[in-house]
Design a protein around this ligand. Sequence first.
Ligand code: ATP
Ligand code: MG
Length: 855
Amino acid sequence: MSFADRLAQERRARLAAELLLAQKQKELTAANAKLARQAQDLSVRIIEQRQVTEVAQSQADALKGQNSRVLGDLQRANDVAVLAERRLWDSIEAISDGFAIFDDGGALVTANAAYARGFGLGGLAPGMSFAEILGRAVERDLFELGGEAGEDWCRAMAARWASNPIEPVTLRLTDGRYLKLVEQRTRDGDMASLLLDITDMMRIWAAIEAIPDGFVLFDRADTLVMCNDRYKQIYPDSAQVMEPGASFESILRFGLDRGQYTDAVGREEEWLAERLAQHRNPQGLVEQHLGDGRWLRILERETPDGGRVGLRVDISELKQQQAELDGARIEAESANRAKSAFLANMSHEIRTPMNGVVGMAELLCDTALDDEQRLYAETIKSSGEALLAIINDVLDYSKIEADKMVLHPEPFDLERCVHEIAMLMQPSVQSKAIDMFVDFDIFLPTRFVGDPGRLRQVLTNLIGNAVKFTAEGHVLVRIVGFEAEDGNWDLRLTVEDTGIGIAPENLDHVFGEFNQVEDQTNRKFEGTGLGLAITRRLVEMMGGSIWVDSEQGKGSCFGFQVSLPAAEDTDARPSDPITLRRALVVDDQIINRVILERQLTTYGLEVVLCRSGAEALAALNAQEFDVVLTDHEMPEMNGLQLAGALHRQHPALPVLLLTSNPAAVRDEGEPLDLSGIMQKPVLRSDLFRRLRDLSNPAAGEPVAKAAPRPEAPPAGLRKMRVLAAEDNRTNQLVFSKMVKDFDIEISFAGNGREAVEAFRNWRPDLIFMDISMPEMDGREATREIRRIEEAGAASAVPIIALTAHAMEGDREDILSAGLNDYLTKPLKKSIIAERILAHAPPDACTPCAASEAAA
Ligand code: ATP
Ligand code: MG
């Protein structure tokens, strides 16, 4: 090989190498470019990749956060659930009732302690069966099985679970408690079992069963909640529908349909409506008569929740007793009426002959008698009058008892009434060493509307007792009062004495009938012991009340209260004023001084009080007075002696002498140095009149003025004709003797028919008409006479009834028959005389003999 060849070869090789290099360079450049491109792509992608990674990273972070939150929630939820379950079980454990869950296979899932205790067990293991639990309890002899074998009982108890729903059962424990077992299947097939302690409820129920009355409870919708067996026994016909849930109305209807309610027969719907209304608005007592004759008392009340609780009490026995009592009462009342009628008739029978006794004795006293005969005659008269007083008391009492006593209110002067009684008592007062005072409240009116007769009776009794039971000291009658809101005057009248008094243990009895205090100190006193009983009844009839305060040996104070309207003052006060300024009052008795002072100061006088004549004379030497009022009976210097002394020193000074016995003063020879004698106790109006007369001497009347003598009858006048209708011969005789001194013509009729006859033929000026007469009685005769008068247009003849029949009702009865007036027997001469004088006709001569004018 040549060089050239070699060189060519080398050049070719170099060229090839250069070519290759160039190629390689090209390739490299391309590759570079590609690489550069790729590198760029890659970097783009890397950036993108990085971005994606970042997003993914952040998403992963977020997810992770979320995850942990969910996990936290789950944890918490789990905690709550655990807590709730624990709480539930704690609560179930805490309740006193037993609670257990058995699974659908009958195995115990869980039970609270109370459930275990209920069966007498310390605890219960899950998995135990109900029968097993019962068996354990039976082993411990926990339940009263009622004689049943333990196994049978357990089986029967367990078998209950097969039924649906399961009937609750009450278990009675040997220690006296009661449990109630209530079971129910749950939706999952488990068995929930409750064990309730109902001992308290059973006790209440047992108590309700034990009460002897029917008990029932309805709810606010009026459906029966419960009732005891007694209730069902009471209503046997409707007992079968008395189940809880039954409505009251349906129970009533059921009983109604069977005629259970006697008082509903024939008016069922009406009865039902009434009964339902009563039930809805229970008030008061309702009585029910049942078909079997029994009587019930129904008591119903609303319960706080709007229900009704009721009791039914069997009052059949009570009703029977009541009927017996009613019968007895009616019998007693009729016996009482018979007694009153008997008393009234007896009093009539007794009064008629008494009329003869008292009347004849009175007439006998008027004849010439020697001293012994006079004593006998007067004794007959006073004994007869005493007997009549007793008959009157008995009669009054029987009248009140028979409800026949009627009050006759009319206007009257209470002060005058009290003074008149005080005056009537003077003879007894003067025969003893006592003083009687009347203190009539100066602020009281004197005229009231009331029954003066009955008030007088009450006061006479109280004052009479005070005088009777007082040997020395005083009797003070005090009348005070105030005007009440109703316009009536509330009056309190008290009678105070310083007598024997009443022992505390007898105070309550004195107002009873025939209740006289029986002991040595007062056995000597007369009386029937009816006075206060009548007094109390009269005061009560007047709507008032009576009381007594007393201390034995010291005295008594009887008082009563009545409420009376004041009457119009009829005797209007004279207009002449009292001009006297200063008065001197002399009395050794402080009560009198005080009473007089109060009376005088109301008339505007200034008053100075002195206890004795000597004090008065001293006072008169020091001061000027317009009038002196002095008591008569005073120690050392009496009123008359004082008046004499005064007259010598102050001849012009008027002196009024106050005495309880004016007649005795006059008998001593009336001294001219007196301006007047006043009867004690002093009547306010009397005092007023005296003071007024002294203020205005011209109007004054002489102290004593002779009664005008009746004028001699002018000649030619006829005599007054008096007809007396009286069947009783003795009474005819008494009557004729009583009027024998009168200058009248008297004629007698033996009965009503004769009286009518005599009226027709003789035309009397006045008729005295006995009421009970044979053939025609006094009422009938009077009616007949009035008919005759009407027919003949004659003027009405005055007819005065004479009756011994003093029962109330007679008066109205008698007057309604046309009689004008009414006198009760025994007749009094003075009263007959007064009536004859009052009815003397103008064309007749004065009927009275001069000696009778004063009568
Ligand atoms: P009658 O009033 O019927 O004639 P009486 O005065 O005995 O009889 P009451 O007026 O009812 O009967 O009085 C009953 C009794 O009360 C009296 O017997 C007397 O024991 C007692 N008594 C009544 N008033 C007084 C009194 N002022 N002081 C003491 N005892 C009195
Ligand atoms: Mg008496």
